[in-house]
Design a binder for this molecule. Structure first.
Ligand code: PLP
Length: 1005
């Protein structure tokens, strides 16, 4: 708009509204909208309607706003500000001489939806709720202008058919498919409930509160597209815009629908049309964009959502419309499948005998086999993925239970499918298709299967490939007017050769035979039996497992087969729910034992770099440096199992394992560190190291780092500033001397001389000890301070201190509990990074890959003085099982070159993190070595951002990546995964991190 026109508007605002103000132009398709700020600071919106907007339109706008503000005072809607003469609007002539109507409305504070990130489930629900509330309010409102032709009205969307020639043939086909389907549903669609609705809840028309942590939807604005139409169209539009950027748009729109339905209940028939309404709105959008591009190629506003609309339309048209419909029903609290109740009523009046299913077996009882992710029967993945192992174990159960059929598995979350081929990227990271939808019967190959109902063969197919169905048959049945399907997977090849689609089978007829592992997808022989109330759009396949977040929908499409068998034993096992465990924990465990995350996790299985929860959700674990060579590393597990089955006793007998372990460790250490004492934990190791210090030096005066942590025993707490200076701590005791944490990023000294300055601080403490007439006992520090927040010691710091400590008669201890065993990449042990050799090192955490085993390694001189006659006895330390495990851990590290992996992957990850930090200054420092890294979150002034760290870690968890926080200010994200972590794992971490870093809360600091 020209400056002249803007000045004219200013005059009108003064003359007609007595407002002297500044105008800021806001985007709009037809209207010119201005933000008005008066000299008194009041804000308004000035709408300057397009010249094509006639008086009827203006009257409609006035009436709708008045109606809402007069009759629905609880709704937040813009209010009309009258002119000083009491008019609802006024007008002016623009630079072209065209009459433009003007309306001044109240300002509603907030951000537009487009500028909000993330669009959480809660926010989407509120969007639906707000749209629904508005439609409900408008339900008794009407206006002649609401009954106009309007090209954005979904009900009138078939006009787009005339513009198909604007699209390429592939696009045309997709659009035509949707338009044809929409035409087909017209008889039902035309009868749906209608009302005047907002009709344009796009991402610029929804206002959200400014609160970035707990944003709330405030209001819908701009009634320019309001129209009398099917109410479901309004839902479709709000869904369209709000789901555009989601990986899984169907999941994303369910909360919007739920909110809408809550406010203004939708009819069942409307839900059956929603999928197509969304499709049509997207088609209108892309068609309008094409037309506009031809007319006004330079108008960017008109193309604003074109790219996103296409992306969504392409995704949307690949969805199964029926499946979408069932999900919509679920969101509205209905049975997802409309025939579910009819089927379960019919099934409840029948009982199918297993003898009629498998007549040759003559068995009626079942043995329920738990194959869920939390089943300990399954053992580890290397076992259950081994066909021979699996078959052998099944045979063992069968031998013990000859009269029973081994079966089960309906709705079980299974590890068997947590393999990456069963994964997809959903709205919250990776999802695994692992919920089993049928019942498995583990019966011998070649067992004949008979149909217990009349049925028609609709699928007879060889679904070949690893872990597929192999021979697959689906029968269609109609019983008492109810249609449904039964699926038989893992059959023999001969079965599908014989059965043809269209064959009619009579109750009792033989369907075929159980396949063997060469023809059934490489499984141990079994029948996968499933019931389906719809085939959806599958032809030669049907999912036998589903994603956990769709379980309710699938449960309704594929009812429990046990509705027919009625076998008590087949009912779902009562797996412990997270909420029950939480309650017991609160009741029985010490309050000091904390849980991680706002919503604690219930982890039941580990596998490599992943932790898996009770529902089969896989989390990428960047926290567990204990599971050093990977969670449940099979070599380590087997080493432990074998020795456990043979002997486990104390170290007072001769046993090779303890000396083998010592020799293995010795290979990794400098000659000076040659004597081993085995214990059970890092704390115990440090406790023993303290005893050694006292025995050797006769002194308990210790030099310790600020924020250092060395364990949970009395002695360890005394030397852990992290604890005695932290919550509940009582400060340092007299014999403990704390030097500043040698942190060059935010610590006391940060410049080039930091190492010397920090070393000087230690020297001063040594002198103080001396001056008070005391003797120094020892100096303890980690090579990289973990609890301090992955703080790397400045170069030369240890090299300068060690001689001073020794000169003062003290011993140097390196706490390698976190940093040892190759984690730091460049070296096997952390102290080696600093070119020093300690007198004592303490080992723990990764040493047993989760098994409690730890050690103190010291020089001969220290060991000899410590052996002063008092026996060192440890019931469990150095037992044959622990030693077998620890030796295997070292061997895995060496065989698999995992120190090199830590270096290689660690450097890659660190450089990727640095790239991310360049774009996100909140990541103030990226530091660490190998796979022992840290990200420090700080403000522009280097103030610590603990809340941001907590937000980030919780959001990462929601998106499938586990991270932890540390540092004195709780603002450092620690990365210390199993050292088998790969570059691909690093990429998943980086992608997820960059997604969360874009969220509003992470942008404001
Ligand atoms: C550096 C360091 N030393 C010692 C310990 C104590 O080890 P544990 O918990 O096995 O007793 C820990 C534990 O986190 C640690 O981080």
């Amino acid at each position: 708009m020209h400056l002249k026109a803007i000045n004219r508007l200013k005059t009108i605002l003064i003359e007609d509204y007595r407002l002297s103000c500044e105008l800021t132009h806001l985007d709009g398709e037809i209207e010119n909208n201005f933000k008005i700020q008066t000299t008194h600071g009041d804000k308004f919106i000035l709408k300057v309607y397009g010249s094509e907007r006639n008086n009827q339109f203006l009257d409609f706008q006035e009436k709708i706003l008045l109606y809402l503000s007069d009759n629905h005072k609880n709704l937040v809607v813009p209010k009309i500000i009258k002119t000083t003469n009491g008019h609802l609007s006024t007008f002016f002539k623009d630079e072209k001489g065209d009459k433009r109507n003007i309306m001044l409305i109240s300002w509603i504070p907030g951000r537009v939806w487009k500028h909000v990130n993330p669009h959480s489930k809660k926010l989407r629900y509120q969007l639906g709720l707000t749209c629904g509330t508005l439609s409900k309010a408008l339900n008794n409102f009407d206006h002649k202008f609401a009954h106009r032709f309007f090209d954005w009205d979904i009900a009138q969307g078939l006009w787009t058919k005339e513009y198909l020639n604007l699209f390429k043939s592939r696009e045309k086909k997709m659009i035509l498919g949707m338009l044809d389907a929409f035409e087909r549903i017209q008889p039902k669609y035309k009868k749906l409930k209608k009302s005047v609705v907002h009709n344009d809840a796009n991402d610029f028309n929804c206002l959200v509160s400014e609160d970035v942590l707990n944003p709330e939807v405030v209001a819908l604005i701009d009634f320019g597209d309001a129209i009398y139409t099917q109410v479901i169209n309004d839902v479709a539009i709000s869904c369209c815009y709000a789901i555009m950027d989601f990986e899984d748009p169907l999941e994303a729109c369910l909360s919007i629908l739920k909110g809408y339905h809550q406010a203004f209940p939708l009819e069942e028939d409307a839900l059956a049309c929603l999928y197509f309404c969304i499709g049509i709105r997207l088609i209108i959008s892309v068609t309008k964009s094409r037309i506009n591009k031809l007319k006004e190629p330079k108008n960017a506003y008109l193309q604003i959502s074109d790219k996103s609309s296409w992306k969504l339309l392409k995704k949307w048209s690949t969805l199964d419309s029926q499946f979408a419909h069932f999900n919509f029903r679920k969101a509205c609290g209905l049975n997802p499948h409309p025939a579910y109740n009819a089927f379960s009523n019919w099934a409840s009046s029948r009982t199918v005998s297993l003898k009629s299913f498998f007549p040759s077996l003559q068995k009626e009882k079942v043995y329920n086999l738990d194959l869920s992710v939390s089943s300990s029967w399954l053992g580890q993945s290397s076992e259950f993925n081994d066909l021979d192992w699996f078959e052998n174990e099944i045979n063992k159960i069968q031998k013990k239970n000859p009269e029973k059929i081994i079966s089960g598995g309906y709705l079980e979350p299974r590890s068997l499918y947590t393999d990456s081929s069963y994964e997809k990227i959903g709205n919250y990271g990776t999802e695994s298709r692992c919920i089993h939808l049928g019942i498995d019967f583990w019966i011998p190959a070649n067992t004949p299967i008979h149909t217990f109902l009349d049925g028609e063969v609709v699928v007879s197919f060889n679904d070949s490939g690893y872990k597929k169905y192999g021979g697959l048959v689906v029968l269609k049945h109609c019983e008492d007017g109810i249609f449904f399907f039964t699926l038989y997977g893992h059959l023999s090849y001969s079965t599908i050769l014989k059965l043809k689609v269209g064959d009619q089978l009579k109750k009792g007829d033989q369907i075929g035979f159980i396949g063997n592992s060469t023809e059934n997808g490489e499984w141990s022989p079994h029948l996968h039996f499933q019931i389906m109330l719809s085939l959806l759009n599958y032809n030669n396949d049907f999912p036998g497992v589903a994603y956990y977040n769709q379980i309710k929908t699938w449960k309704s499409i594929c009812p429990d087969p046990n509705l027919l068998f009625k076998l008590n034993k087949l009912n779902l096992q009562n797996h412990n729910k997270a909420s029950q465990i939480l309650k017991s924990r609160q009741k029985y465990l010490g309050k000091g034992m904390s849980l991680q995350y706002k919503e604690p996790l219930h982890i039941v299985r580990g596998s490599g770099v992943y932790l898996i929860d009770q529902n089969g959700r896989k989390y990428l674990d960047t926290v567990n440096n204990v599971a050093h060579v990977g969670h449940e590393n099979s070599r380590v597990v087997i080493a432990g199992q074998r020795q456990m089955g043979m002997l486990n006793t104390n170290s007072r007998y001769l046993h090779k394992n303890i000396t083998d372990l010592a020799e293995k460790l010795k290979e990794t250490l400098p000659p000076e560190l040659s004597v081993f004492h085995f214990v059970n934990s890092g704390s115990e190791a440090n406790e023993l190291a303290l005893r050694m210090v006292k025995a050797v030096t006769g002194s308990s005066q210790m030099l310790v780092s600020e924020v250092g942590y060395h364990g949970n025993t009395n002695g360890c707490i005394e030397i852990s500033s992290y604890k005695f200076d932290g919550k509940g701590g009582k400060g340092a005791q007299k014999h403990i001397h704390v030097f500043p944490m040698p942190d060059c990023f935010r610590g006391k000294y940060r410049g080039a001389d930091a190492a010397i300055e920090y070393a000087n601080e230690v020297r001063v403490l040594i002198n103080n000890i001396k001056n008070k007439g005391n003797k120094l006992g020892g100096f303890i520090i980690e090579p990289i301070l973990s609890c301090g927040g992955q703080v790397e010691l400045p170069e030369g710091f240890l090299k300068s201190i060690y001689p001073q400590v020794r000169k003062a008669g003290g011993l140097c201890i390196s706490d390698e509990v976190q940093t040892g065993f190759g984690r730091v990449g460049k070296a096997f042990w952390g102290f080696e990074l600093h070119g020093v050799i300690p007198d004592i090192i303490t080992l723990g955490k990764p040493m047993g890959n989760g098994h409690p085993v730890a050690a103190v390694v010291c020089s001969k001189q220290v060991a000899n003085k410590f052996a002063n006659g008092m026996e060192f006895f440890n019931t469990f330390g150095g037992n044959p099982v622990s030693c077998a495990i620890a030796k295997e851990v070292i061997e895995v590290v060496l065989d698999k070159q995992l120190q090199y992996n830590a270096l290689n992957v660690g450097e890659y990850l660190k450089s990727e993190l640095k790239k991310l930090a360049n774009k996100n200054p909140i990541m103030g420092s990226i530091r660490g070595q190998g796979l022992f890294l840290g990200i420090e979150l700080v403000s522009k002034n280097k103030d610590p951002l603990a809340e941001h760290a907590s937000y980030l870690v919780n959001r990462m968890k929601k998106n499938g990546v586990l991270m932890s926080i540390d540092g004195p200010d709780k603002n450092v994200i620690k990365i210390k995964p199993p050292i088998i972590f790969s570059k691909q794992n690093s990429r998943q971490l980086i992608i997820t991190l960059s997604k969360i870093l874009k969220e509003d809360f992470m942008q404001i600091y």
